[in-house]
Each structure stands twice: as structure tokens, then as C-alpha cells.
Design a binder for this molecule. Sequence first.
Ligand code: NAP
Ligand code: GDD
Length: 412
Amino acid sequence: MLPGVRPGALSGIRNLPARDSDRAQSTHPSPRASHWDGNSASELPAAFAPLDLPPPEEYFQRKVALISGITGQDGSYLTEFLLEKGYTVHGIIRRSSSFNTGRLHHLYEDQHERPNKFHLHYGDLTDSTALVFLMARILPTEVYNLGAQSHVKVSFSLAEYTADVDAIGTLRLLDAIRTCGLTKHCRFYQASTSELYGLVQEVPQSETTPFYPRSPYGVAKLYAYWITINYREAYGMYAVNGILFNHESPRRGRTFVTRKITRAVAEIYENKQACLWLGNLDAQRDWGHARDYIEGMWLLLQGEQPTDFVLATGETHPVREFVEKAFGVVGIKLTWSGSGVDEEARDVKTGKVVVKVDPQYFRPAEVDLLLGNPAKAERMLGWKRQVKFDELVKEMVEADLTAVRNFVEDQN
Ligand code: NAP
Ligand code: GDD
């Protein structure tokens, strides 16, 4: 009960802050009369508590996942994975003037095999009302927050939007869970990132390495990381961060460097493109296969206690090496010359320049080296990446070769 509110004075409404008229009674300070000090506002019951939820043990008999970012690379693999495990999967999609569900088409076609198991809903991480509505209707047991403006370079142009979606969007989703009274009824996965390490403070990076983000994207994700931990500690939620290092696949968006390279290699090999223009060839990344990381996300939500984990391969490779290996898959050997913006690579056999540097792809602040230490996940979750670097490059190039030959223009 707050000072200044007479017991029973507010019938049916508990613990509201004092009204001015109530406070007027205590204008003369006395040892017993005190003012609301701004620290003692009490919690109202969750707005959707009357949803009449069963106790968590019973509720968790169901397996219902809600995924933000379902149309993205990871969202599509996660959906396949969870459907295989018998989950009902609900995904949030953004309204778009062009199709943004290309990575999910095959799952729609699968509907007859698994009727009523896969549902898409319009929503947006910038729209709290929609998130609360979906949460209350779906009553998920697991929420995977994969939705994000996920392009680091773009985040320098769309810094405010990136913060709104990647940082505050995470808060909105967590608050939707609270609003619906689901803090003990559903588990929450936050797609945290190795970009948090940015200007790395130690090599390799682990769960205890200090963060130093280097982009508006990284900074927004730092907020999301901490708000997830804060809600875990404040409200006893099972909410965890997966700090995932770069993971790629044939479904990777085409503006990320690996997919940009593999598509260009396929186009150059098929004489549909002359040259691949890139930015910083020296940057090093710890690249794994997205499918391996999806299993890790799920494992993070199956533990006894909520804990944050790094998922990584424990290897790092420069962009230049990815380029060489990708051309190697189609039998093109490269020779490099020049340096900095003048660096270029020629096809040894034809002498043609096939790779050049374009400074427009440089970033205002770069993350030079990422190398993760996945020891904790290997030890505690039994998780380990399966696909090796060379296999990843080969799979991506071969998928792009098939796509180019079949004139497939995916919208990724
Ligand atoms: P992605 O392919 O770029 O997918 C991002 C997803 O977020 C898409 O479904 C996108 O929808 C959705 N989205 C964007 N803005 C949204 C908004 N305002 N409201 C709701 N949804 C929105 O990314 P990804 O590679 O799958 O990565 C998944 C998550 O993991 C992201 O949060 C990313 O930051 C994080 N992450 C990725 C990596 C990696 O290497 N892939 C590593 C660490 C962390 P549209 O399809 O409509 O654009
Ligand atoms: N995109 C892009 N395009 N990157 C290039 C290019 C180019 O033409 N040329 C060189 N690079 C370099 C970038 O400067 C960066 O150092 C590296 O290649 C990787 O860039 P991206 O593939 O765009 O990925 P990222 O590492 O910046 O971010 C991805 O991984 C993060 C995890 O570490 C994204 O998926 C993020 O969402 C994710 O959090």
C-alpha cells in the first residue's frame, strides 16, 4: 500500500499511486506521514492474467514456438527443425510490397503432411500492440527473437531504425510476454551476436570477453543482450542469449559477403558477370553453417537453468580466403596483385580480372577479427559444429551454380 492511500479507499483497484487529494492530508511532515518517494510503485497483475493459464508443468505439455524473423535465413531453418520435432510453429512476418516468404515456400507446400502445424501472422517488432495480441492468441511455450535489421553496414545508414527494431523490438517482445502473464510459461531466445565483441578485447572470444560494439547494429544488439538478462533476473524468466558467430548457407541474404561471393563466382563461371567488387578483404570471420547453429538455439532453451552461450566454430578465415576457396570450387585459380583499394585478383588461366576492391563497401568502423571459443557449449550442451569451412563454401557455390543455370533469381 502506498502512503496517502486509505485502506479500502480505492475499491477493486490495488496499490495505485496517491492522488493529489490524498496527498493533501500530509502536507505537514510528521515522523509517520511520508510522501511517495518514487521507488515504491507496486506491480499490477498482468493485463492478460485472466487468460486462465494452466500451471506451467501442464502448459509445457504443448510445444508451441513463436518466431520473429521467420522469413530470414535462420528463421526458415529453425522452422524446419521445430516442425520435425513436432512443434506447432507460428511466425511473425512483416507486410512487404514484394514477397518476403521465399525461404518458406517449401514449408507451405508441406502443409498437407503436417496440417495445422505452421502459421504465419502479420506483425512487426516496432508494433507492441500486434506483439501483445499475437502472444495472447498463440500462447507459445518458446519464443525465438530472430527478427532484426541484421546488416551491419546498413545499420550505419539506418541507425535509428536499427535501434528501434533490434534493441527496443526485443524489449517489446519481452514485455508482450509479461503483459500476457507468460513469464513462467514460456522460454525466450535472443539472437545475440559476435558483433558485440567488435573491437575485440581478447582472442578468442568467449562468454566472459568484454564487449566493444563497433556499429549501430552492434550497439542495438548490446541493449537487447542486457535487457534479456535483466528480464531473466528481474522476473525469473527463462530468457537466454545465444551469442552466435557468423553462420552462412545457400539461404544467406545476397548482400552478406559469403553469399555475394558465391553468387558472383557462379555468375562469372557462367559468363553472366565479369567481376566481383568487394570491400575489406582482410576482415576475418568465424564462419559456420546456419543449420548447425539452429540446433544450438533450440538446445539453449532446453536446459535446466537459463544461461548464455557462445556458438562458434573456433576457426577464423579472411574474406580473401573465402574468395579463393569459392573460385576454387569451379576450378578457377586466382593470382593477387596490388594492395589496399588497388588490390585485384586475376583468373590465372584467362588473365582476366575477376575481383576488385570498391571502397563503397568499406565500413565507417570495422570489426577486423572474430574468433569464437565454443568450449562452454560443447561441454554443457554437447553442441558442436558439424559442417567444416571448405564444405560450407562448396555447398554455397554449388547451390548458386544450380540457381544461375536455372535462371533462379531468389530475393534473398
Ligand atoms: P536475416 O536473414 O537478415 O533475417 C532477419 C529477419 O528479421 C527477417 O525475417 C526479417 O524480415 C526480419 N525483420 C526485420 N525487421 C523486422 C521488423 N521490424 N519486425 C519483424 N521482423 C523483422 O537474418 P539471419 O541471418 O537469419 O539472422 C537471424 C538473427 O540472428 C538476426 O537477429 C541477426 O541479427 C542474428 N544473428 C545472425 C548471425 C548470422 O551470422 N546470420 C549471427 C549472429 C546473430 P524480412 O524478411 O521481411 O526482411
Ligand atoms: N557485406 C559485405 N559486402 N561485406 C564485405 C564486403 C562486401 O562487399 N567486402 C568485404 N566485406 C567484409 C565486411 O567489411 C565484414 O568485415 C565481413 O566482410 C563480413 O561482412 P558481412 O558478411 O556483411 O557480415 P558481418 O560479419 O558484418 O555481420 C554478419 O554476422 C554478424 C555476426 O558476427 C551479420 O549476419 C550480422 O547480423 C551478425 O550479427
